[in-house]
Design a protein around this ligand. Sequence first.
Ligand SMILES: NC(=O)c1ccc[n+]([C@@H]2O[C@H](COP(=O)([O-])OP(=O)(O)OC[C@H]3O[C@@H](n4cnc5c(N)ncnc54)[C@H](OP(=O)(O)O)[C@@H]3O)[C@@H](O)[C@H]2O)c1
Length: 345
Amino acid sequence: LLGATGAVGQRYITMLSGHPLISLEVVMGNRSANKKYGEAVQWLSAEPIPEEFAAKKILESSPESADGCDVIFSALPAHAANDIEMEFARAGFTVVSEASAHRMNSDVPLMIPEVNAEHLKLLDLQRRNRSWKGSLVTTPNCTVTGLAIVLKPIVQNFNCSRVIVTSMQAVSGAGFPGVSSMLIVENVIPYIEGEEEKVARETTKILGKLKDGGVTPVEIPMALSCNRVPVLDGHLETLYVELNERVTPEEVAGTLDSFVGPPQEMRLPTAPDRPIIVRKEKDRPQPRLDRLSGSVPGMSVVVGRIRRGIDDRSIQMTLLSHNTIRGAAGNAILTLELMARKGYV
Ligand SMILES: NC(=O)c1ccc[n+]([C@@H]2O[C@H](COP(=O)([O-])OP(=O)(O)OC[C@H]3O[C@@H](n4cnc5c(N)ncnc54)[C@H](OP(=O)(O)O)[C@@H]3O)[C@@H](O)[C@H]2O)c1
């Protein structure tokens, strides 16, 4: 695990403790290298550090440190990920990355297992292009994950023409120590650098179709407004969808509620029974109450307030997804489980 001490790295530590298929052997860092994990990390969760990791020594972030491992999870910042992840892939490792550095490369899959499992086929192209034995797979930005999971059944079942999203993003989305408390307490920051462009780009790639060896992004114009709010975990997003057909809120709710993907069919260990949970109360979802919902806590997207838009060809709703679980570590772990089941690892 690269970036083991960060906000996302810590989620990997808790989610991989006792995992039935994946054994986390090596934790790597930068400033924390050569220290014991429990002493170097500023632990953020109320749950204690799993015992088997507290005394583990953090190693330098180099392929030699991971000798004997098959897969590298990367929770590095993009600037560090750029070269380090390539070094690991060249050395023959399968790299599953949270970072934005390589997400938009044409031969790199950007994965949400329920949404675009077939995009793993890009790995054949990647191996040919780069003549390396390893592979590089990425997972999306934390605001994208919940949005793309909800848009998938909508795009699949209805003729969708435009999408408008306003996000209210938790502070843990900015990593640790992230946004200064002086800026965020009692405040909302109506700008996150590069986020709106990133969300539109990544969402349309994920919802795109495999064609001629690459991914053709779905052609749905999207308008985004991304905001940072004083919430610890859990990104809330309001979603407005315009359609080229009449649709009722009940039809949309039914489609979302019954949505499942390959991870549910394959019963992968980190797959929630229901990727989307639809709530009927008028004031849900809420980050504090709903972010750990579902059979695998934090892996389901919770949707509520599904209602008509300005006419009967538009629908609006509110969605919530846990940014460091479904939006990061959990989605990457599920991706590796899918890759293993499909013979890519
Ligand atoms: N936070 C989220 O909700 C979220 C969601 C989806 C994706 N992501 C992405 O996930 C990645 C990690 O995010 P985060 O929020 O966990 O960040 P973070 O809290 O800032 O943690 C960064 C980690 O990377 C390590 N690191 C930094 N520079 C390094 C270098 N040059 N070489 C090796 N290790 C280095 C740090 O290790 P030391 O402590 O040892 O220096 C630390 O463990 C980012 O790319 C982010 O965009 C985050």
